[in-house]
Each structure stands twice: as structure tokens, then as C-alpha cells.
Write a protein that binds this ligand. Sequence first.
Ligand code: ATP
Length: 199
Amino acid sequence: MFLKRIDVTGFKSFADHTEIAFSPGITAVVGPNGSGKSNIADAIRWVLGEQSARTLRGAKMEDVIFAGTETRRAINFCEVSLTLDNSDQHLGVVFDEVTVTRRMYRSGESEYMINKQACRLKDIAELFMDSGMGRESYSIIGQGKIDEMLSTRAEDRRGAFEDAAGIVKFKFRKKEAERRLAETDQNITRVDDILDELH
Ligand code: ATP
């Protein structure tokens, strides 16, 4: 699996539709201070479902939408699409190419898509679980991340190893199954109560 392309429209400094293509191997993004290099990494985090404006270096989520300049009016929505080559089926879906998209309007509405099909944030999170590329994964090493890895609680560090080992998905599914089991237990209790009343 590798990141083939990012399409950005209206995200931070990228007012116009901008396509950034990557090839296998190492890519370096160079440019003067403030030219938007880190905004590319922010776009990747955002499309993967980042919910914290602070992590994206803003005060509120709306700050990711192009805010306008002296010569250009602000825009009302932004969209980022990430296209991955999945010909090795690393993502656990049958498509050779997977595109995830997030769109957000100033009103606060957010939309997510996988291969142009509307989906929930949860579906995107699940798609990337154990792939090493999720929102919380170690694939984007931000400034200060290494310090954090060295100093935070052991349980937090363990999260990174669990993701690398590929067990996060199973832990997530176990939790979901336990939740459904508890719901079913409650339903059985309710049915028993009704049956008792009828007897
Ligand atoms: P450095 O090398 O200093 O780290 P950089 O190339 O990583 O810089 P970024 O931090 O990615 O630069 O980009 C900062 C630029 O993005 C600033 O000029 C800022 O005004 C612009 N910017 C951020 N958010 C928005 C927004 N919502 N609308 C318009 N421009 C924005």
C-alpha cells in the first residue's frame, strides 16, 4: 500500500483544487516558511477523521477552511481526498485503489466517503485500523511526537505497538460484540419480566 495522491480544495492555504501526486519511495516537500508544507500533513490527518482542531493547529474546526486573503474571499467548504494504491490488499478490501474523502461546510456539517460512496467516520476509522495509517497511528510523526512517545504513560505507548501488531481491529470488534451481548441480555431480562407478568 502506498499513498498515491492527495486532492485538496479549500483546505487551509489551498484555496484552489490542488493535486499532489506521490510515487513509491521517498518524497520530500520543500518550500519557504509558511508556504503550506505542514498543511499537507494536516490535510492527511483531517481526512483520516481527526476531530481535534488543536491537533490541526487551529482553534476551532472551521479554521481548516480557507479563510481568505487580502485579494481573495473566504470559501464556504473544503474537501480533501486521499488516494491509496491498495493492489497488495493491505487495507483488507478488494479494491486496487481506495479513495477516502472528507468534506466540511462552514455550517459545521461533515461528510465522509470511501470510493465516492457516502459512509460514516466509523467506517473510515475501521478501514484504517491496523493498517498503520489511522488517525492515531504512528504513520504521521508530528513535531513533539517522539518526546510524547518517550514520556507518556505505558498504556499509551502500548497503543502504538498494538496498532503495529494488527490487533486493534480485533479489540474494537470484541468491544462491539460485548456491547451487543449486554443489550441482548437486557432484552432477555425484559422479555422474562413480561412473561412473568403474563403468567
Ligand atoms: P514552516 O516551514 O514555517 O513550518 P509551512 O510551509 O509548514 O511553514 P504551514 O504551516 O503549512 O507552512 O502553512 C501556514 C500558512 O497557511 C500560513 O500562511 C497561514 O496563513 C496559512 N493558513 C492556515 N490556515 C489557513 C486558512 N484557514 N485559510 C487561509 N490560509 C491559511
